[in-house]
Write a protein that binds this ligand. Structure first.
Ligand SMILES: Cc1ncc(COP(=O)(O)O)c(C=O)c1O
Length: 382
């Protein structure tokens, strides 16, 4: 069976990535070393954050962010059900309970009113997800967190390059811990990879310890020392390192973020114009207060059954075009029903059942864009 001619996503990598990787391999330092440090510095410049800590992926970033906040068994963390399962899994890794609060049906992110209703004396944090790179209501969520004396964490897995009220996601004016992913479905990729930004030096120091086995001295420091340094292991840590080979790719990718987003915006503008008049298709529009990075192009087949959506996706596939169902509703997955029973979050479920992700990648040709437009117009359920 051959893969669809038009994939959902294809990361753009080129000579610069290859040259930096080759140089890194030749340098002899291939895991967490100088390149990782460079990528962290570049990410601070990119986001305006005071500190950036590279880790192996966004799931481990979320885990460490929760550990830094001392989230433990008995604690509750409010998360949207409408997210990739890693968002809630990270809470379970700490032995704490993910408490779901439903989303706003228009922006598909946490509804602050639902969050307010879900706060209990056990709530220790709110985890806002910037779903498909679209900033959540950070101002409202930060105000709620402050009012209740709890923390706000951002799952910005998809949100590198997005902005909220004129500030890059990751700049930390709303929360002290923002977690990013560099998986190939994201704006930039290192294969797998992640980053945490924080404005707090104490968090940064602890995150650096946690990501490398709790080691008091890192390899770069030991390598640069003129005297013998023996490390000690001060806390229970993990191996959540990013490699220097991955960081080399990340350095080249990060430089291209503005160009990547500009190209994505061009394609999105064409899709939006073409689909505006397709009956049964609802589009998502960027609000004035945010700038989306367009990590994913999502349409909503308002009123369609899941069977009709499945038939639509199959017709696209028959035409050689990949698509994916919308964002999952975590509470419906067996791993969650087995622990927490049946829960109901209508806005999340409706969005999961009606949305479809369409192909969007920087190197899409005009012909590919036109093929997607024609197929959607032809097959969208009315
Ligand atoms: C919202 C969200 N959070 C977390 C993750 C996990 O990221 P990673 O694959 O880098 O662990 C993803 C990945 O798709 C995601 O979309």
């Amino acid at each position: 069976m051959s893969a669809p001619a038009i994939p959902l996503m294809r990361p753009e990598m080129g000579d610069e990535e290859i040259a930096l990787v080759a140089e890194t391999i030749r340098s002899g330092w291939i895991t967490q070393g100088p390149r990782v440090r460079e990528l962290e510095a570049a990410f601070c410049v990119h986001t305006g954050a005071a500190h950036a800590i590279a880790v192996s992926n966004c799931t481990t970033a979320l885990h460490l962010a929760l550990l830094v906040l001392d989230i433990k068994p008995g604690d509750e963390v409010i998360v949207p059900p409408h997210s990739y399962i890693a968002t809630a899994n990270a809470v379970l890794y700490c032995g704490a309970t993910p408490v779901f609060a439903d989303i706003d049906p228009v922006d598909l992110n946490l509804d602050p009113r639902k969050v307010a209703a879900a706060i209990t004396p056990r709530t220790k944090a709110i985890m806002a997800v910037h779903q498909v790179g679209r900033p959540a209501a950070l101002a409202e969520l930060a105000a709620l967190a402050q009012q209740h004396g709890i923390a706000l964490i951002e799952d910005a897995a998809c949100a590198a390059g997005s902005e909220y009220h004129g500030k890059p996601i990751g700049a930390n004016p709303w929360s002290s811990l923002v977690c990013f992913s560099f998986h190939p479905r994201k704006i930039i990729s290192t294969g797998d990879g992640g980053m945490i930004t924080t404005d707090r030096a104490d968090y940064a120091a602890k995150l650096r310890l946690l990501r490398q086995h709790g080691m008091s001295v890192n390899d770069l420091q030991r390598h640069g020392s003129k005297t013998i340094v023996n490390e000690e292991y001060t806390i229970l840590g993990y191996n959540y390192r990013l490699t220097d080979v991955q960081a080399a790719i990340g350095l080249a990718q990060l430089r291209r973020v503005p160009a990547f987003i500009a190209r994505r915006r061009e394609i999105v503008a064409r899709y939006d114009t073409a689909f505006a008049s397709v009956p049964g298709v609802t589009l998502f529009r960027e609000p004035a207060h945010a700038r989306w990075n367009h990590q994913t192009y999502l349409i909503r087949l308002t009123g369609a059954t899941t069977a009709a959506r499945g038939a639509f996706m199959q017709k696209l596939l028959d035409d050689g075009i990949a698509s994916r169902r919308g964002i999952m509703s975590i509470h419906r997955e067996p791993a969650y029903t087995a622990r927490f029973g049946t829960q109901s979050f209508p806005a999340s479920e409706a969005a999961s059942d009606q949305c479809v992700c369409l192909p969007l990648y920087t190197q899409m040709t005009d012909a590919e864009i036109e093929r997607v437009i024609t197929a959607v117009r032809q097959h969208a359920p009315r």
